[in-house]
Structures are given as C-alpha cells and as structure tokens.
Write a protein that binds this ligand. Structure first.
Ligand code: FAD
Ligand code: SAM
Length: 621
C-alpha cells in the first residue's frame, strides 16, 4: 500500500541579472520581471474574477500549481482580508515539489516586499513547516484562512487532494521547461476537484496548454496578459462536466458519542468552525476529564519507517496537527515540546535506523541520528547504542487537555450513556440504556472506543464493518517514579518502554500491554513490568529502579486496537450522517486533533488536511 518514497529536494536561491528570483533546476524565473504581486493581481485574481466571486460565500477554495515564494498566496490573502464582503473562510491548496527552506524563503521573499505585505509574509514564515513530504495545513486569521501545502511532485499529489475548488492559479514554469505542471493528466485531476462554475487563470498562453485545458473540461479563452505578455489564459469549467456532491454539512447540532480523547478532539474541531456539538458520556458524572483521571502525562511522538509507510505518514500528520491545533489552549493543556530520543536496542538496530534516516533524507532539525557519544554527552546516558532524535517529540497532560477541549464554547457535554442508535427519517435517533430519547441529529459521530462495537452491532451497518468487529481490547498501565535528579531527562526517552520528563517531580513511565485482561487496573505485577523497562532504558539495575516507585501509583486504561494498528476514522459508507472515530490504540493524542480536523473539514466544505490514500487507509472498514 505504501507509495514509493521520493525524498523532498529543497529549492536553491538564485537571481537573474535583473534581480528576479530564478530556478536553476528549471531555468526559468519565479515571476514576471515587472513584479510578482502585480502579476498575481492581474493574472490570478482578476483572471479568476476575484474578489467578486467570493463575495457572500461561506467558503471559497483556491488551488495553485506551484507555491514557489508564495507571492500569489500573499496577494490573495491581502485581497481577501481587505474586502469587507469577503467569504467567511478562504482555503488555499498549493503544490510545491521544491519548497524553499524557511531561511531561504525569508532571504528571497522579504527584501522586495511592500510594507503592506510584510506582516502577512512574516506570519507565513513563522508557520512555515519542516521540509517533509506530504500535506501541511497552516492556519491564519483565527483559522479563517487555511493554506494546505502539498510538498512533492504535483503528478503524484494532485490525486491525493480531497477538495472542492472554485478557482485555479496555474503557475508552473514555462511548459517546455516544466511540462509536468501543464499535463492533461494533471488537468484531469483539477477537473475532478472542481466545483460547478470553477475558473482557472494562467500567465501562460501556449496553444498546447489551452488545448489540454479544453480537452480536460474547461471552456478556454484569452485575456490581455501582464507585463510583456500580450495574452494570458482564462477558463471556466464547462457546464455539466461535474455534478457537485450533495452537501455533507450538518443540519443542527452534531452529536458525539464518547467524551474521551477521540470525542473531545472532534467536538473542539467542530466548535472552532462554528458548529454546535453535543457530547454524551456517562463518565462525565465524574468530570470532563474522567477518561484520563489521574493520568499525569502522555507522549505525542511521530514514527518513521524505511519507506515512509502509511502509519509513519499518518503519525507525522497527527503530531503536527495536535501541535498546531492545541497551541491556542490554556498553558496546562498545551503540548510541551521536549524532543524524543528513541534508543536503538543494539548495534544492528542502530545500523538499520541509520540506513532508514539516510534513505528518508528528512531535515535534521526534525529527525536526526545521535550516536552513543552524543547521547552520553547530551543526556548523560552511558552505554547506549545511539538513537533517533525527534525534535518534535512532545508530552501532554491529558486531564487539562480534555477539560479545555470539552469546555470550549460551542461544546455541550451531557452525562449519559447512549444505549442505541437508529435511523429516523433523514437523521439519527439516540436513546439511553432505558430507551429514553436523548437526541435526534442529522450527524452522529461514534467515538466511544471499544464500546462502538456493541453500539453498532444491532444496526444493519455492522455487517459492513468487519474491522470494527475485530477491534481488540488491550489493557495497560503506566507507573510513576521519583527519579533522582541525575537520572531525570528533559526529553522523552523511548525504546521498549518510555519515560517522560518529570511533571511536578514525578516521571510517568510506560507501559504494559495485556490483551486478554478482564479488568484494567494498576497492579504490583504491572509495576514490576514497568520497572524492568525503565531499568533497560536508564541502564540502572531493577533493584534501584524499584526503590524510586512513587507511592506505588500509576494510571490504568484500555486501548482499542484494530488491524494494522490504524485508527478507524471517517464516514460510514452505507449510513449518511454517521461517522466513526475509534481504535486509537496507543496513540490517542496522535489521532485526536487530526480526526477532529478530518471530520470537521468534511462537514465544513474545507479541503481535507490529509491525503486521500491516508483517508482511505483509516476509513471505517
Ligand atoms: C496505559 C496506557 C498508556 C497510554 N499512553 C498514551 C500516551 O502516552 N500517548 C497517547 O497518545 N496515547 C496513550 N494511550 C492511549 C490512549 O489512552 C487512547 O488511545 C485514548 O484514550 C483513546 O481515546 P478514546 O476517546 O478513543 O477512548 P476512551 O478514552 O476509552 O474514551 C471513550 C469514552 O467513551 C465513553 N463511552 C463508552 N460507551 C459509551 C456510550 N455507549 N455512550 C456514551 N459514551 C460512551 C466512555 O465512558 C469513555 O469516556 C495510553 C493507553 C494506556 C492504556
Ligand atoms: C513559477 S513558480 C511559482 C511561483 C509562485 N506561484 C509564487 O507566487 O511565488 C513555479 C513553481 O512550481 C514548482 N514546480 C515545478 N514543477 C513542479 C512539480 N512537478 N510539482 C510541484 N511543483 C512543481 C517549482 O518548484 C516552482 O516553485
């Protein structure tokens, strides 16, 4: 299922004799010599009849081929923010095979920029992602402007975008130098994403491009060009080429079953977009944080794999999403950046990890190899075989996080167990375990982990969800330790187990896995298993580690695990308005914000923050 991996290669900085930025790879300029912003205004905005076309709309989506230095994006954003009749939200999806590093962007973009655009450019640079392949969702203007950067070859990535596009900015280099950006196959994908009435504009007026656009489904015409170009191309989707999908937006309050990390992440994402969310969970009797009461800290760390497989790509997207989405929360609920060091078990594993890192060519400030000397110098950990260091490793306090997400304006929480779910007209009727009506809603999201199986079992939809039926319960505990100062680390240390930085003097160490358990509770036996893991991590005898156990305390819970250790997130195909978000396994924090944004984006006519192959991999099955 993994797509063949191609490392991302950054753009280099170069200028022509007139001082215009050029690409030496493609042998062309990034924009007209008469000015990038003026070209953006004439060709891409005016060519797509903007701002007029977004006026009065709830959302407007632009797709650009070739992000380059972001001039078109800045011009669009500035035009949108200065228009009092602008759409409520503006979404931009932009492809870029060779992004600039943040430093190079700053060097090339900032110097020539008019003062009006500088604050926007600085915001763009502050949010600029690490140069990693795939989609990156950036948000501005209180999330009313989203920018989905698709880093990688457009030929491959255009197929991966899930969006309804109103206007295209076609801005590759000249077709004879950069044919991939003007190919019939790409234009076919653009038509797939186009909404009825979508338009396209380009500075390019090559006959081959116009013909390919026409054959793909656009009505193509000429308009006066910019600068020294006599003509440019404008196009509108031919009527009848696309039938817009029925709106999936919720009619009224969205009901969520389950108020753990899954339900809370979704409720918060919906509320951010102005949808009312009602969450049912019997555990709310004990407070909004009941599902993680006593869980002092948990880890949020990405994965890597040799071929950048589905799980690795998903985990990266999830960690980024959580990191960004939860930054606006009160301090106690925000993820704390500390880095994660994943120690190799031995020299053989160290060799394999190094080969993986070389193959991936990911930026060193995101993931890097640390040899034994580095590890002992930086972290006072002797006798290691070295390890992989993730700068974006984070830890989170689950209790304040849950309180912040579920306590957000727009989220209503009710202490009740949903006993049944049935179709009622165009909506869904939820009853409690005594058969009393709890709610009637057009959109219901089942996010109650293992119990989702039982809730859906009596419905006709269960037959289509063998993955849900096969979901397994894995109990487990973490234990708490008072480590001596000399052994405490300011990072997440991981191997077979993991040790988090001390919170209020106590370090959370995990974990145990019991697949056949009937109960989940903190036990002496569980502590012993964790002591062994910590002893290996710290290279300290178990007898010493046992001595540091914090008042025999810990936290125990359940993990809901589906095949491939992938979550189940998305709409239930046979049941309009019914969604699933469960099987978060050992990575509740990784999937929480991501699932929220996947579902809320789909319900809000917003481009998906994730590639289509990844959406398919986690779709309810
Ligand atoms: C020991 C241990 C350590 C862990 N450490 C980490 C970590 O460091 N990092 C990490 O990311 N993840 C960690 N996890 C995994 C994480 O805890 C889970 O992935 C996460 O809690 C799953 O969230 P959830 O909302 O899907 O399920 P849950 O937290 O189980 O929440 C489901 C909720 O649904 C409610 N519910 C059930 N039935 C109904 C119903 N019929 N009606 C209404 N409500 C209902 C329940 O009361 C419950 O509150 C750990 C798990 C364990 C066991
Ligand atoms: C003319 S520049 C775009 C300028 C940009 N719109 C701006 O406002 O600054 C073309 C861009 O397309 C990118 N590009 C070229 N071939 C590509 C491909 N196959 N896939 C994705 N991006 C590509 C180039 O790296 C370059 O940044």
């Amino acid at each position: 299922m993994a797509i063949s991996f191609e490392p991302l290669v950054a753009a280099g900085v170069a200028f022509d004799e007139a001082g215009t930025p050029i690409s030496t790879r493609y042998g062309d300029v990034y924009h007209a010599r008469m000015g990038a912003l003026a070209q953006a205004g004439h060709v891409f905005l005016k060519g797509n009849q903007l701002p007029a076309r977004w006026q009065g709309c709830a959302a407007f989506t632009v797709c650009e081929t070739g992000f380059g230095l972001g001039h078109n994006f800045l011009a669009l954003w500035q035009a949108w923010r200065s228009d009092p009749q602008r759409s409520k939200r503006l979404h931009v999806v932009s492809f870029e095979a060779h992004p600039f590093s943040k430093e190079d962007m700053a060097k090339v973009l900032l110097p020539g920029l008019p003062a009006l655009f500088l604050p926007l450019a600085r915001k763009l640079l502050a949010a600029w992602p690490a140069l990693l392949p795939g989609l990156h969702r950036l948000e501005f203007e209180d999330a009313n402007v989203t920018l989905t950067l698709a880093f990688g070859q457009v030929e491959k990535l255009a197929r991966q975008i899930d969006a309804c596009v109103d206007a295209y900015f076609l801005d590759g280099f000249a077709p004879r130098k950069n044919p991939e950006m003007w190919s019939p196959r790409l234009f076919g994908q653009l038509v797939r994403m186009a909404r009825t009435g979508a338009t396209a504009a380009s500075w390019c007026c090559a006959g081959s491009v116009r013909r390919a656009l026409g054959e793909a489904g656009f009505l193509v015409s000429k308009a006066p060009g910019f600068g020294d170009k006599r003509e440019m191309t404008v196009a509108v989707l031919r009527p009848g080429v696309r039938r817009d999908a029925a709106a999936v937006g919720p009619d009224g309050t969205v009901v969520i079953v389950g108020g753990g990390l899954a339900g809370a992440g979704i409720a918060y994402a919906l509320a951010l977009r102005g949808h009312a969310a009602m969450v049912f969970d019997p555990a709310f009797e004990r407070g909004l944080d009941a599902s993680h009461r006593g869980h002092r800290a948990a880890a949020l760390t990405p994965l890597i794999s040799r071929d950048d497989d589905i799980r690795a790509r998903l985990s990266r997207a999830g960690v980024f999403r959580a990191m960004q989405r939860w930054q606006a929360l009160p301090e106690a609920a925000r993820p704390v950046h500390c880095g994660t060091l994943e120690l190799a078990a031995d020299a053989q594993e160290a060799r394999e990890r190094r080969i993986t890192l070389t193959r991936l060519s990911f930026p060193e400030d995101w993931v890097a190899w640390m040899d034994a000397d580095d590890v002992s110098r930086r972290f006072r950990l002797a006798k290691s075989a070295g390890g992989v260091f993730f700068a974006d490793g984070q830890w989170v306090r689950p209790e304040p996080l849950l309180r912040a997400l579920l306590g957000a304006p727009g989220v209503a929480c009710r202490a009740a167990q949903v006993g049944s779910l049935e179709r009622s007209g165009p909506g869904w009727l939820l009853r409690d375990i005594c058969g009393r009506k709890l709610a009637l809603a057009s959109t219901v999201i089942v996010a109650n982990a293992l119990a989702a199986k039982d809730l859906l079992a009596p419905t006709p939809y269960a037959a289509h969800l063998p993955g849900l039926a096969g979901m397994q319960a894995v109990a487990g505990q973490v234990s708490y330790f008072d480590l001596p100062a000399s052994l405490r680390q300011d990072l997440i240390l991981a191997a077979q187990g993991y040790c988090l930085p001390a919170v209020d003097g106590v370090s959370v160490v995990g974990g145990t896995y019991a697949a056949q358990a009937v109960r989940s509770e903190v036990t002496r036996q569980g502590h012993e298993a964790v002591i062994d893991k910590l002893s290996v991590l710290l290279r300290v005898p178990a007898a010493d580690v046992r001595y540091w156990l914090h008042e025999s305390q810990g936290w125990a819970g359940w993990r809901a695990v589906a095949t491939g250790r992938l979550p189940l997130i998305g709409p239930v195909a046979q049941a309009p308005g019914l969604w699933l978000a469960c099987a978060y396994g050992s990575r509740g924090l990784t999937w929480s914000a991501l699932a929220g944004d996947i579902i809320a984006a789909r319900l809000s006519d917003e481009p998906a923050p994730l590639e289509r192959d990844l959406l398919r991999a986690i779709a309810p099955r």
